[in-house]
Ligand binder design. Structure first.
Ligand SMILES: C[S@@+](CC[C@H](N)C(=O)[O-])C[C@H]1O[C@@H](n2cnc3c(N)ncnc32)[C@H](O)[C@@H]1O
Length: 269
């Protein structure tokens, strides 16, 4: 029996769908209002390989932006590809941190987190600290997947116990409903804007949904079976077959519906 451990990440696999994955971040940023400071201080919690963190520097070129992550693999990629001064005289850097405990004594103008908080059980308990860390008029903004009941995730959860992986995957309550996020952020005194969108990504190539989840949701399974190629292939064979049935290829590619939940909370000025 394998149990949950911190998954290892593979930046190259994750970035194979970088275009599709970056779109929700752009949609999130489009709803973030102007920031209070002329040279804003920004934190990106769970920055991954840093490619979306770099988009923050395009919107706020004078900002000092720090991306935090607890994956050495992701941080290595971010350091090499994106760290340094930015075009407007700002700076982009990256540092190790665990989102479960990250806090700062420095006033921030924006704390953002994209596609990460679903990995952090009890993440709403951290909201009060993060909002307290904002300058008045500053914003906390995040996006999480809301697709835990979708076949991609349900099928892997159903298969896991039969492969001795019962405790490896999180259940279907990794995120809250949009209305619950709204209530929590409003209770903390924020002007909150919460919404959801279902993208229909049109994926190409063979078994593209499997290829997608190998970069994200399947990481705990791949980590648990990293030293057992036979069991790994047995799991993947069964999962691949089920995914082909759930997401058949069409004339133009494989449509992959993906629900996401967004929240933008502004601390009153
Ligand atoms: C799906 S990736 C998202 C990366 C990036 N934000 C993006 O949008 O492309 C999730 C990231 O969260 C990080 N992560 C998960 N749990 C974490 C924790 N407790 N502390 C810090 N980072 C964490 C992972 O290492 C991974 O890089």
């Amino acid at each position: 029996m394998s149990t949950a451990a911190t998954p290892t990440w593979d930046p190259a696999q994750y970035l194979r769908h970088a275009g599709h994955r970056a779109r929700p971040f752009a949609d999130l940023l489009a709803h973030v209002p102007d920031l209070p400071a002329e040279r804003p201080r920004i934190a990106d919690l769970g920055c991954g390989p840093g490619n979306v963190t770099a988009l923050l520097a395009e919107r706020w070129p004078t900002a000092h932006i720090t991306g935090y992550d607890n994956s050495a693999e992701m941080l290595d990629k971010a350091h090499v590809e994106h760290e340094g001064p930015t075009a407007g005289g700002g700076r982009l850097d990256f540092a190790p941190a665990d989102v479960r405990t990250w806090t700062t004594g420095e006033p921030h103008d924006l704390i953002v987190s994209n596609a990460t908080l679903q990995w952090v059980p009890g993440h709403t308990d951290r909201f009060a600290d993060w909002i307290t860390a904002l300058r008045p008029g500053g914003t906390f903004a995040f996006q999480v997947p809301g697709n835990f009941a979708a076949p991609s995730h349900r099928l892997m959860r159903d298969l896991a116990p039969r492969h001795g992986l019962a405790d490896v995957l999180r259940h279907d309550d990794a995120v809250l409903d949009p209305g619950d996020y709204l209530a929590r952020l409003a209770d903390l005194g924020c002007a909150a804007d919460v919404w959801e969108t279902t993208y229909v990504h049109l994926l190409t190539g063979e078994d593209p949904v499997l290829d997608w989840v190998k970069g994200t949701g399947l990481r705990p399974v791949l980590t648990a079976l990293a030293d057992d190629p036979e069991r790994r292939e047995a799991f993947l064979d069964e999962y691949r077959t089920a995914l082909r049935e759930a997401y058949p290829a069409g004339a133009h590619g494989t449509p992959f519906p993906f629900r996401r939940i967004f929240a933008v909370a502004r601390r009153e000025a």
